[in-house]
Design a protein around this ligand. Sequence first.
Ligand code: IPM
Ligand code: MG
Length: 357
Amino acid sequence: MEYNIALIRGDGIGPEIVGEAVRVLEKTGEVFSHRFHFTDLLMGGCAIDRIGTPLPDETVEICLKSDAVLLGAVGGPKWDSLPGHLRPEKGLLGIRAALGLYANLRPARLYPALKDACPLKDGVCASGIDLVVVRELTGGIYFGVRGRRQGKNGQEAFDTECYSEKEIARIGKIAFDLARSRRAKVTSIDKANVLESSRLWREVMHGIAGQNAGIDYTDMLVDNAAMQLVRDPSQFDVIVTSNLFGDILSDEASMVTGSIGMLPSASLGEGRPGLYEPIHGSAPDIAGRGMANPVATILSAAMLLRSSLGLEKEARAVEAAVEETLAAGLRTADLAGPGCAPVSTGEMGVEIARRIR
Ligand code: IPM
Ligand code: MG
């Protein structure tokens, strides 16, 4: 089969990690007789430099025509002083909105080979970590009304969190459906003791829970959830939460599994191409030095094969190759403990690609 994949390499370490994911996809294509056609598109800081806007129209048009989009990371200090609407991050939020990608799935699991990289005590992670954060991605405070105004005490700035029943119900459905194919447990995370938007969130989730008798459902306040994630992460199966809480908790979940360099994500909408990206950022401090961990992007490519192209066998082959490579002791700098010589971004990519069969 032939597939069209849009590539947004982006800024910082983006081009290096996407390069390794492409290497792995090419190898997968060879082994399983598929052809992947890649189209490079600009977004983020590199698009600002070349075209003057973080999200060129052409990028959205070509993404919409592709079977899936693979993204590295955007942003960096070079563009930090630009006004909000011209920042690289605006490109990322813009493409999520333009493709209608309201559901962001961020699986976090502790690989047996990486037990030592888990910062929690042995006892705490003994029963394993295998959870998915289902983050709402096109609503909430990221997309609410914001601005500046003159107040009594000088300038004021504000951002608003707003969720509709429809937005909550559709992300809730994704979480419950996902839980049914896993350990049948949903934890909905909110701040319903303070926020009205969370109170509506909770009401809608309770409604969905009522229609899903086989699923074990719990609500949890976000401050407690942040604590429970380090106290006993094994209690979580599917976490469903808002855009902002999901952003924060998925970084925490990633560190618990060893490194933020390990977590992939899939952003999905209805009938549109999915977008796949590591949950980490562009890490400008290590860009261009061959130090970045490409695993999160390679695992994102595996999610792309599975969810957008329906290639389950191929996705599993990539995931198995990652697992074998880690089991063989290969570690990029973020994972290498004392006495372990790290491999480069490129070496990690080559080692994973050659284990695909
Ligand atoms: C993420 C990132 C983005 C977000 C930033 C870069 C805008 O942190 O994908 O988690 O907050 O969504
Ligand atoms: Mg984030």
